[in-house]
Design a binder for this molecule. Structure first.
Ligand code: PGA
Length: 251
């Protein structure tokens, strides 16, 4: 995948199916910048009904919010990456901070989830980002480096084209507090440099690095115009079609 501008909505555990279908249709029929790739990470229960409503020509792609690191087995309540693939769901989010926090997902587990997703032909939106304590102690770049090294950097260079990175400082998620455009740019440039050091310039230049954490229609433009920011992963504001369309159109 060449570097491209992506706005992904992470609905988390919100909307019932009717509300979800309505929201997806509002986004599908809204005025959208055709250069922005739009991804909707909807609840698992909504993937199939929403997929039926979204036209391939709309350019909107669906994502699961997580998957298991095994293809099948006795894992009650889990989601198989193989099934996502057979449902033709192109993307999966791996490593969201809420899953790291509430489901104790370690860097090591995330490495095997990334491999499982890639082995099943899924593209991965890999999330990383530091807590407020780590930011205050000025260890944020090292912390994110470790997250990348211990999970993402197990991917070989030929499959890196199926990876999108989302930098989401935990202190900015759902808090209304956003990283300043400079803070976002600083970290995105650092991440791109890490990719460069590990995989070389071509892969670093081509990878899309999204910012996430209280992105809204009112602040998206200032963040997205930073050189190393290639779009956003949007939680709360993706549940409001007009705000989400504004974000999509803020390139
Ligand atoms: P937020 O969530 O936009 O509500 O801060 C972002 C995310 O968790 O991906």
């Amino acid at each position: 995948m060449a570097r491209r501008f992506i706005v992904a909505g992470n609905w988390k555990m919100n909307t019932n199916i009717e509300e979800g279908i309505l929201l997806a249709e509002q986004i599908q029929h809204g005025q959208r910048n055709p250069e922005t790739e739009v991804i909707l990470a909807v609840p698992y229960t909504h993937l199939f009904p929403i997929k039926k409503k979204i036209k391939a020509s709309s350019g909107i792609r669906l994502a699961a919010q997580n998957c298991h690191d095994r293809n099948a087995g006795a894992f009650t309540g889990e989601i198989s990456p193989t099934v996502l693939n057979t449902m033709k769901i192109p993307y999966v989010i791996i490593g969201h901070s809420e899953r790291r926090m509430y489901n104790n997902e370690s860097n090591e587990l995330l490495a095997s989830k990334i491999q499982a997703a890639l082995n099943n032909g899924l593209k991965v939106i890999f999330c990383c980002g530091e807590s407020l304590d780590i930011r205050r102690s000025n260890e944020h770049v090292n912390f994110v480096k470790q997250q990348l090294e211990e999970s993402l950097f197990t991917v070989d260079s030929t499959t890196m084209k199926h990876i999108v990175i989302a930098y989401e400082p935990v202190w900015a998620i759902g808090t209304g507090e956003t990283a300043s455009p400079q803070q976002a740019q600083e970290m995105h440039a650092a991440i791109r440099k890490m990719i460069h050091n590990k995989y070389g310039k071509r892969i670093a230049d081509n990878i899309s690095i999204l910012y996430g954490g209280s992105v809204k229609g009112s602040n998206a433009k200032d963040i997205f115009c930073q050189e190393d920011v290639d779009g956003g992963l949007v939680g709360g504001a993706s549940l409001d079609s007009s705000d989400f369309l504004k974000i999509i159109n803020s390139l």
